[in-house]
Design a binder for this molecule. Structure first.
Ligand code: NAP
Length: 252
C-alpha cells in the first residue's frame, strides 16, 4: 500500500533534512527519484547512498526559484525515467526574523520566492506531466507557523507557508478531475540543519510546545510524505496533513 514501485518522483530540498530523508525513503520503497537542491556535492553523496542500497536516483543541482530549474527537473524525470508521478516540493527557508518594522522588502521577497514561488513554478511544470500519466501526487511542505500557530517574528515565513495551503486547495480542486491529488504536509519542529532551536534553552522551549514534548527526526516527517505520495492516501486531496507532534493543539 505504501510501496512506490514503478513510481517516478521529484524531491526538492533533498540535500538536507526532511528532503534528504524523504528521497531515501521514496527510493527504498522503489521509486526512481530526481533529487534537487543547490549543493551538488550533497546531492551526489545522496545519490551514491541511494544507489548503494540498490535504489535509483539522479541529481540536478539548481535554484528552484528559477523557472528554468523547475522545468529542467520535470524534463529530467521524463527523459531519464519516463514520466512523473510524485513531486515533493519541500524547499524552504525561515528567512529574516524580527519585528515587521525591521524587516526589509528584499528579505520578504526572497522568503516568498524560496517558499511559495518555487512551489508555484514546480507545480506549473509538474501538473501537466502528471496529467499525461493519468494522475499523480503533488505535495508541498508547509508548517504550523502561520497555519495553526502565530509565532512572533516569523512574518514572511508564516505568510509564504500559509500561501502553500491556498495553493494546495486550488490545485486539488482544479486537477482532482484529472486524477492529480494535491496535499500540504505540516511538520512540527524537526531536528534538521536549518532548525531554529540551536541552543539547549531554545530546544527545550520548542520541545515543550509539542504535545509529545520533543521534536521530530526528519525520518518521521518522511513517513508522512510517503503516505501522501503513495496509494495509501488515494482518497486524500486538498488536505493539510499534520505530522506536528501535537504542536497545533497544545496550550500548556
Ligand atoms: P533544511 O535541512 O535546511 O533543508 C532545506 C533544503 O532546501 C536544503 O536541501 C536546501 O539545499 C534546499 N534549498 C533552499 N533554498 C533552495 C533553492 N532556492 N533552490 C533549491 N534548493 C533550495 O531544512 P528542513 O528543516 O529539512 O526543511 C524542509 C522543509 O520543511 C522546509 O520547507 C521547511 O520550511 C519545512 N519545515 C521545517 C521544520 C523544521 O523544524 N525543521 C518545521 C516545519 C516545516 P541547498 O542549500 O543545497 O540548496
Amino acid at each position: 500500500m505504501f510501496a512506490l514501485a514503478n513510481k517516478i518522483a521529484i524531491v526538492t530540498g533533498a540535500s538536507s533534512g526532511i528532503g534528504r530523508a524523504t528521497a531515501k525513503l521514496f527510493a527504498e520503497e522503489g521509486a526512481k527519484v530526481v533529487v534537487a537542491a543547490r549543493r551538488q556535492a550533497e546531492l551526489d553523496a545522496l545519490v551514491a547512498e541511494i544507489e548503494e542500497a540498490d535504489g535509483t536516483a539522479i541529481a540536478l543541482a539548481g535554484d528552484v526559484t528559477k523557472e528554468a530549474c523547475a522545468k529542467a527537473l520535470v524534463d529530467l524525470a521524463i527523459e531519464r525515467f519516463g514520466g512523473l508521478d510524485i513531486a515533493f516540493n519541500n524547499v524552504g527557508a525561515v528567512g529574516p526574523m524580527g519585528p515587521i518594522s525591521d524587516l526589509s522588502l528584499k528579505g520578504w521577497r526572497e522568503t516568498l520566492d524560496t517558499n511559495l514561488t518555487s512551489a508555484f513554478l514546480g507545480a506549473k511544470y509538474q501538473v501537466p506531466a502528471m496529467v499525461e500519466r493519468g494522475g499523480g501526487s503533488l505535495i508541498f511542505t508547509s508548517t504550523f507557523v502561520g497555519h495553526t500557530v502565530g509565532m512572533p517574528g516569523m512574518t514572511s515565513y508564516a505568510a509564504s507557508k500559509a500561501g502553500l495551503i491556498g495553493l494546495t486547495q486550488v490545485l486539488a480542486a482544479e486537477y482532482g478531475p484529472k486524477g492529480v491529488r494535491v496535499n500540504a504536509l505540516v511538520p512540527g519542529g524537526t531536528d534538521t540543519p536549518s532548525a531554529t532551536f540551536k541552543t539547549p534553552e531554545s530546544r527545550a522551549f520548542v520541545e515543550n510546545l509539542h504535545a509529545l514534548k520533543r521534536v521530530a527526526e526528519p525520518e518521521e516527517i518522511a513517513r508522512a510524505a510517503l503516505f501522501l505520495a503513495s496509494d495509501a492516501s488515494s482518497f486524500t486531496t486538498g488536505s493539510a496533513l499534520f505530522a506536528d507532534g501535537g504542536i497545533s493543539i497544545t496550550r500548556t
